[in-house]
Design a protein around this ligand. Sequence first.
Ligand code: PMP
Length: 409
Amino acid sequence: MTYDHFFSVALARLHQERRYRVFADLERIAGRFPYARWHSPDGPRPVVIWCSNDYLGMGQHPKVISAMIETATRMGAGAGGTRNISGTNHPLVELERELAELHGKEAALVFTSGYVSNETGIPTIAGLLPDCVILSDAWNHNSMIEGVRRAGVEKKIWRHNDVGHLEELLAAEVLERPKLIAFEALYSMDGDVAPVKKICDLAERYGAMTYIDEVHSAGMYGPAGAGIAAREGALHRIDVVEGTLAKAFGCLGGYIAANADIIDAVRSYAPGFIFTTALPPAVCAAATAAIQHLKASQCERDRHQERAARVKAVLNEAGLPVMPSETHIVPVMVSDPEKCKQASDLLLAKHGIYVQPINYPTVRRGTERLRLTPTPYHDDKLVDALAEALVDVWRRLGLPLRSRVLAAE
Ligand code: PMP
């Protein structure tokens, strides 16, 4: 008896729905970000990465790399165990202190990834609140959706960023019932920002706990890179801040920061924290170096915002359909899964530009896009080359450019 058939049918379904994912085999070159080598089927070729979540290039920063090398040389490659059984290493303890301080909380807890932080953090917190109801923003990331699902408690989904709807759902509950509001600070696909203060107002009025995902904002927004809640002056009103060490901080790992009892309870009850090997000391030391650098240095944040504004302006000027966003995320809309994939393939093959197509289920059907993430290292020359390449691809695929450009021909 072979079961192969089931797997090939499942894969065929993905192909048919144009959802089959192909990964680009990349070799990043330390010190040359965003330049990289692409191991194409025909051999290695130079490319420029335009879709990295290493938003500030910290994964390539000399301080971060040296912290990693120095710590690995001194302490070895792995943590050697779970947190409880010999895996709690000193750089990890220091990292948790650093994260607690960054977010102005009493304590922090590091997980293997941001995904795991949500997937195990949310159900653990909700599970410790008797008869809890979770109120989750409709556009929350899959890791939060999975966390909510695992909680096995009642859930209510509020329309994305719609505080009126959130209030309706809150008001329908008795005041005494424990409630957990879960949302993102900055939504990674559209680059829009949550109305944090209004959510905190409602949480206080209806006696709810707040859980904010700052994965796409920590390090990049707010004083010292403490995130959007800090920028809005609302950090002290947020109960749990969740984040990643893999985006602005350029490494790997996730965390939550909160008051000491919440952190101690999650530490004591969360299976995704307890039953897995701790992060290697070298990764923790590198993440701490990145956090400390970004706490003290504003120039990466300023340049990041300036570059994102420049990319938006140049692409708009070229007549490309840039979705307006107030943040560093630059979505260029294709609105067709097949063409989105073709646009990405053409950019790579003809122009040496790597930007992954974003299709369903990551975004809603009909809103397929190229999601550009400018970094401080994308200079004017690269931005102009990107605009030219996109216009060329748009023409090849018969995608609409705004008339100003066509009229100028
Ligand atoms: N939350 C959000 C909003 C995300 O977009 C992601 C991943 N991109 C995660 C959590 C998971 O973070 P990590 O990559 O560290 O697992």
